[in-house]
Design a binder for this molecule. Sequence first.
Ligand code: ADP
Ligand code: ADP
Ligand code: ZN
Length: 842
Amino acid sequence: MSIDTIRIRGARTHNLRNVDIDIPRNRLVVITGVSGSGKSSLAFDTLLAEARRQYIDSLSVYARQFFEQLERPDVDRIDGLQPAVAVDQRQGTHSPRSTVGTVTEAYDFLRLLYARAGDLTCAACGAAISQQSPEEVRQVIEQLPPATKAMLLAPLVRGRRGKHAEAIEQVRKAGLVRVRIDGETYPIEDAPELEPRKNHTIEAVVDRIVLREGVEPRLAESVRLALRHGDGVLVLAYQTPDDKAAGGWKERVFNTRYACADCGTGVAEIEPRTFSFNTPYGACPECDGLGAVEARGDVYPCEACGGSRLRPEARACRVAGRGIDEIVRMPVVDALEFFRELDPPEDRRPIAEPIVREIVRRLEFLVRAGVGYLSLDRGADTLSGGELQRVRLASAIGSGLVGVMYLLDEPSVGLHPADNDRLLAALRDLQAEGNSVIVVEHDEAMMRAADWLIDVGPGAGARGGAIVAEGTPEQVTGCEASVTGAYLSGRRRVWDAEKGDASEAAPAVAWLELSGATLHNLREVDLAVPLGKLTCVTGVSGSGKSSLVIETLAAALARRLHGATQRGGPYRGIKGLGAVDRAVVVDQSAIGRSPRSNPATFVGAFDEIRKVFAKTKIARQRGWKAGRFSFNTKGGRCEACQGQGATRLEMNFLPDLFVPCEVCRGARFERSTLAVRFHGKNIADVLNLCIDDAAALFENVAPVHRLIAPLVDVGLGYLRLGQPSNTLSGGEAQRVKLAGELGATSSNTNAGHTFYILDEPTTGLHAEDIRRLIGVLRKLVDAGNTVLVIEHHTGVMQASDWLIDMGPGGGAAGGRIVAAGTPIEVARCPESITAKWLQEPS
Ligand code: ADP
Ligand code: ADP
Ligand code: ZN
């Protein structure tokens, strides 16, 4: 029994209500429920947290000291846990050196392939590289014109840290009298002290010679000696009479193992590190392996390496005629094609084939995960959260681990329904290899395809936290009590077609038109958005939606309407701005980093609430104004914690700990202020109310209610009014912003003519939440505003007045508007991939 299931008993993390549940192991399990119902509390804060804690507990005392102490989640016991791997969208800091290739390890195998089975060509003249004997080295040197000054050097340290003192000692011991450090020659006794943490190049000067006509008797011996000290590599620094006139020295490398048959130039030894832009062995020396250089605040692609980050020798190595830099620039789909067709020469096949298999495996998964349009050199820091998660998933599959519990947070984010099937197949593979795959997800297709479905709810916050239904998708679909089941069965819909096709509303009278957009893959796109309508931009992942809407249109509006200085994507022209007063991007970024901001302060309700407290009898008697009830200014707040409610304890070696303030016990206000009550609640009590309850409390105080009600409308009634902003999820932050806009709209000061842009607002939302969200968007439109959303949810598409479908594919196969029109018109468009999904009810 315990072998087949993960048994959770008495889980009480956050809002979970003493949950007992058995989750089948080695299956594809989907956890669903409305936003705030407790899905993450169950999957991440209970299961994952306990798996990590048990893992650390199992380590030796010595190993344990390197981990932070993990708190035990609030659960009685969990049996049958497996080692856990979380593949989420947020975690992990990615340096500018992380790329799709390095994250998936595909690049590690590419390096190995090039080092073991690549053809070397000469970086200088393109000819093939072969071995070179000391005799040949001598002959090449002797061909230099008479009167050339030559220095024969043995390289000891090539542009790296450490080993400097040893190298200089080696020169001394060899009885040589000069050493060259970073291109400067010194008598050995005058060699400078070197900083061991800095990169230096150190060469032993084996001989200095002025060449004469014909055979130079000393040369043969000096070449031999230099090659011996240089481990087969000799650097020749020379100055011909012509060079001297030009005032310079030249350098040439000889290598008894690899050298150009044509010009005799040697190359340093080829090894996997030669292809690593994270080490001095492979990094382009001009840009230090970053692929870009900074000048006067702007960033330009590095000219020396063409943005490839690699030194010329690495780029000169070829497999089937292609350099590693060319491979990583291709879209993954094309690279996959290349490796599938690759037919290595007979003698290299035993080495190449197993490596190619690993590369193909990883590329295949990237394609299956729906990100085959990305290239391996794409910086991880330029990927969206969903893309990064799918790239990580590719590396998880590539790792071939079994018996692992994978936890994923909405992997369908950003995926067009057309890409979803492939993602599902990939998750299936991961499971079929012998792993538990547990996914927090709202996508219907994913739910239907699961082996086991868990519906958490029924509501959010205190009204959630229970298991409403569990079982096969069929069982949950049939469950009357489950909202999820209601949607799965079609008993409930996010958008009722009976309400009328949105597109039958009055046609738009004015349009905003942007022409000639060309950023990234956009091909001279002309975009027309009807004003005063709800418009939805769709298209498969990578088709160019963000490039067009966020990076070009939103940036143009910010510049033209609000004087923003940042330049967006290029375009030819923009028309129709006269009918737009302001543009607002309602994204998922945090609403405030400070724990002092919260939903009440953000929507402005807290100011009004403080006025309510200032009007109470006691406040008036004591002469207290609204400021008395602020935790940001002196007066009413607790000074011990300066109104934070908590004090920070700095822990050596551990993250700072926040402990409730000893004086106010977390209330944030001083005692006499807390004596002031409104309907029995003091200001701290009010901040602790959930928004639903706060809306009820202030039902008859119009200025407060007007601002709080939109928070309920957007489905955030379960949040605490004073919940610190830094604890809100991206989706919650986005909806708080929307609520702020709704509140402002209702105040008349701000009615109509705003252009709202939202990027995937349904992220993290259950069908029931989406139903609410659509209502909110339509409300904004009814008030005379324009709403433009990037969205994949078919319900949102159907609820829109106008659809713009981009594609047809991702990357180079996209970048065009394939269809534009009412949802009904687009559904009839044969070229639109989206059309197929529009015909299905949602
Ligand atoms: P879901 O994943 O279903 O959206 P969560 O598990 O994130 O829901 O949240 C369930 C409830 O627990 C919500 O009321 C939320 O506000 C609360 N909650 C989430 N994280 C925390 C936290 N770190 N501290 C206190 N309450 C939390
Ligand atoms: P969508 O929003 O439809 O998923 P994007 O606009 O993000 O599509 O991407 C369109 C194309 O532009 C893709 O090929 C993507 O890889 C490329 N792209 C997006 N952002 C960048 C970037 N910062 N650097 C290089 N290419 C990018
Ligand atoms: Zn305090």
